[in-house]
Design a protein around this ligand. Structure first.
Ligand code: SF4
Length: 198
């Protein structure tokens, strides 16, 4: 995996355990996470161990898988998703592949298993020339929401009313990390304002 945030409200509905996987061969121009493209550099972790970590976080509603490209390591993520779903957590998965690519012959190995373990899929590559400022969590207007089970279906009717959030974390070391999605100019303005006040 590339990174984990144990409890976030910026990566899907409610409070979520978010996992950024390491490795993505899609390489969308303008991707916010190019440091996650390479297949090396992440941390190896067993699916069961990761599930135990997620299940130990009190009060979360679900898990979110994003990247990197989750479907390029679909089998272990399907196991992780199944383990947390069995304990009542919802599963949201982002992919740079289209739904058609994920369900066609020649889909990534294990894609059917991960789709089966996913409640809400967000599919499609990031297109920098089609920014989406109307819907939460997605980066561009081509990306599609697929409610694969009823568990998160209540979100569908609220999509355009839900706020898009980003979270800015400042560690004791001074390291600043940001998750969630915002246009680059909005993010620059926000961080500039934040640091002027600090
Ligand atoms: S699929 Fe996602 S992680 Fe991969 S390049 Fe596109 S935006 Fe970046």
């Amino acid at each position: 995996m590339g990174a984990v945030v144990d409890d976030t409200v910026a990566e899907g509905p409610g409070r979520r355990f978010a996992v950024w996987v390491q490795g993505c061969s899609i390489r969308c121009p303008g991707c916010f996470n190019p440091h996650l493209w390479g297949p090396h550099g992440g941390t190896d972790i067993d699916a069961g161990e990761l599930a135990a970590r997620a299940l130990a976080v009190p009060g979360i509603d679900g898990v979110t898988l994003l990247g990197g490209e989750p479907f390029e390591q679909a089998r272990p993520l399907a196991r992780f998703a199944s383990l947390v779903a069995a304990q009542g957590l919802s599963v949201m998965t982002f992919s740079g592949f289209t739904y058609r690519e994920l369900t066609a012959a020649g889909a990534p190995d294990g894609a059917a298993e991960l789709l089966c373990a996913t409640d809400l899929l967000v599919s499609g590559p990031y297109l920098a020339d089609r920014p989406d400022i109307g819907r939460p969590w997605v980066g561009s207007t081509n990306q599609e929401f697929h409610f694969l089970t009823d568990r998160l279906r209540h979100v569908e009717a609220e999509l355009t009313a839900l706020p898009d959030r980003i979270e800015v974390r400042v560690a004791a070391s001074g390291e600043v990390t940001v998750n969630g999605w915002a246009a680059t100019d909005q993010l620059d303005a926000l961080l500039a304002d934040d640091f002027r006040r600090s």
